[in-house]
Write a protein that binds this ligand. Sequence first.
Ligand SMILES: NC(=O)c1ccc[n+]([C@@H]2O[C@H](COP(=O)([O-])OP(=O)(O)OC[C@H]3O[C@@H](n4cnc5c(N)ncnc54)[C@H](OP(=O)(O)O)[C@@H]3O)[C@@H](O)[C@H]2O)c1
Length: 256
Amino acid sequence: MWFYLAVLLGLYFLCRWYRERQTVDNLREKYVFITGCDSGFGNQLARQLDSLGLRVLAACFTQKGAEQLEKATSDRLKTTILDVSSTESVVAATEWVKGIVRSKGLWGLVNNAATGAHVAPNEWLTKDQFAEVINVNLLGLIDVTLHMLPLVRAARGRVVNVSSVGGRVINIGGGYCLAKFGVEAFSDSIRRELRPFGVQVSIIEPGSFMTSIALRWDEDLRRIWNRVPSDIKECYGQQYLEGCKSTLWSFCRLEI
Ligand SMILES: NC(=O)c1ccc[n+]([C@@H]2O[C@H](COP(=O)([O-])OP(=O)(O)OC[C@H]3O[C@@H](n4cnc5c(N)ncnc54)[C@H](OP(=O)(O)O)[C@@H]3O)[C@@H](O)[C@H]2O)c1
């Protein structure tokens, strides 16, 4: 028995050693398009990939975010402005990418942009508030993917969708987790469809990190509470509101 166990352990370390030795060639020839690069994970990824030598095409939500990122990175990194919830903006960004990558295509598409707006108990929210979040976090991600897929296919590249632990377990009300569940479903769906074309689809499910999404929750929750109809407010009460705040804060302990 010990012999077989030792062989299994040996095989495990051999596979690990082999996997860790794998490197990607010609990083300087590879284009990666990332959404939501103004801050947080998107910003950090753009900087890291740029420092590794990849050709980063960084989509920022604001001009200010784009300018700051350009200042902090090499001349290789290029920025554009993108609102993922606007198809017009997605089309313009796709044309911009096409003009840069040409026949090389996109080696990577990272769908990172998202809003953390309207996170609250469901009964405090309106249909429009759900729709606003789903429009950015799910439909926006789908729209960007559909437009960029021909470029990703041309490079036999990969799509990386930033989901969340909230895409598996609903820990807060509102459209955020619903959208992230949708991101997981969409990713599973395209993963199967694109395998024959050599395109890989992955998801990332971060836990809770102190980024600008989380920093806005307190203020946002207070705004939502102030607009809750008085009969519902009475029903839930101040103590419930305080409980929600501490639940939200207990999620966000990690710095990126
Ligand atoms: N932080 C966490 O704990 C956590 C946990 C799980 C998953 N995630 C996911 O990680 C990803 C990155 O989030 P983050 O934590 O790094 O937060 P972040 O710093 O707020 O990054 C999200 C970025 O997306 C931008 N954005 C918002 N609406 C947009 C739109 N319509 N079009 C294009 N860009 C838009 C934001 O711009 P503005 O700031 O100007 O709105 C921001 O720059 C998101 O998909 C998020 O859901 C984060």
